[in-house]
Ligand binder design. Structure first.
Ligand SMILES: Nc1ncnc2c1ncn2[C@@H]1O[C@H](COP(=O)(O)OP(=O)(O)O)[C@@H](O)[C@H]1O
Ligand SMILES: [Mg+2]
Length: 276
């Protein structure tokens, strides 16, 4: 049984990519520790393509080619293992990378949805309507489910029609929320809609101990979502920001005993234990 998660949020700069990297690498390590031969795939659906450099990788091809049907997954997916180049060993972690090409692919796909709706005489596009893009993503995720035990999608804001199609295809969402007023407000406005049954966990990020605003934000999030849906807060820490800059390491490689590594590991175990 395979599981597909999106790490996403309506706001930028809240720690989505950081959480997607930690979650995918942590799940890969959990499988390894359990003696499993199964693998994890990190899918970068942000045209900024930051997952690759954060893992020390330099891809040439892009997830956009897959979405447009111009390539097969095995042509684009790369290994995150760098042990042969004297880098970190990640035997069961893989990346479907993004490059700037993804921005063009996204525009093309959204144009196709609008054209499809016009041809069908649909006056107004509704979220999750059966469309070419929903079908394409469902087919893609179905192919990936055959190969990987976990698929973790790094999905950027804005949460537009493209997101609606991705949302349709994933099993659950992990939502990082920065511990400040506007990030919490945006999370509360966006993720308490009736449609959001898929929220697996909200992850408070950039949390500062003994800072009044951080504490107030955590209380506000707990009040709205309940303590069960909140995962352990990730502290603000320069170690998190240093890890990708240190030759593309994850937090578990760069500072395995740090407070943020322990907090991310807690998220990994929560997701792993609920699914395996
Ligand atoms: N807990 C943290 N403490 C300090 N810096 C962090 C933390 N989480 C993320 N960062 C840094 O903040 C920036 C934005 O994080 P990122 O994961 O790229 O956000 P997003 O993907 O939501 O835009 C990055 O430079 C990242 O290294
Ligand atoms: Mg990002």
């Amino acid at each position: 049984m395979s599981h597909v998660f999106a790490v996403t949020s309506a706001k930028g700069g809240v720690g989505k990519t950081t959480a997607a990297l930690a979650l995918s690498h942590g799940l890969a390590r959990k499988l390894e520790q359990a003696g499993s031969k199964e693998s994890v795939l990190l899918v970068d659906l942000d045209p900024q393509g930051h997952c690759a450099p954060c893992l020390g990788l330099q891809p040439e091809r892009c997830a956009g080619e897959l979405l447009l049907g111009h390539a097969h997954p095995e042509e684009i997916i790369i290994r995150a293992d760098r042990s042969r180049q004297s880098g970190p060993s990640r035997p069961n972690l893989y990346l479907l990378p993004a490059t700037g090409h993804l921005a063009i692919a996204r525009m093309q796909l959204l144009a196709d949805i609008v054209a499809e709706a016009l041809l069908a005489g649909v006056g107004r596009l509704s979220p999750g309507q059966p469309s070419y893009l929903v079908k394409r993503l469902q087919d893609l995720f179905a192919d990936l489910r055959q190969v990987f035990a976990f698929v973790v999608v790094d999905y950027p804001s804005p949460l537009d029609l493209f997101w609606e199609a991705v949302y349709h295809g994933v099993d659950g969402c992990i939502v990082p929320v920065k511990a400040d007023y506007l990030s919490a407000k945006s999370a509360i406005e966006h993720w308490t809609r009736p449609a959001d049954q898929k929220v697996e966990a909200l992850v408070p990020t950039f949390v500062r101990a003994r800072q009044v605003l951080s504490e107030q934000t955590l209380q506000e999030l707990t009040r709205h979502f309940g303590s069960k849906r909140l995962s352990r807060p990730i502290p603000a820490s320069v170690r998190v920001a240093e890890a990708p800059a240190a030759g593309g390491q994850t937090i578990f490689e760069y500072a395995p005993n740090s407070a943020p590594a322990r907090a991310y590991w807690n998220l990994v175990e929560r997701v792993y234990d609920s699914k395996v």
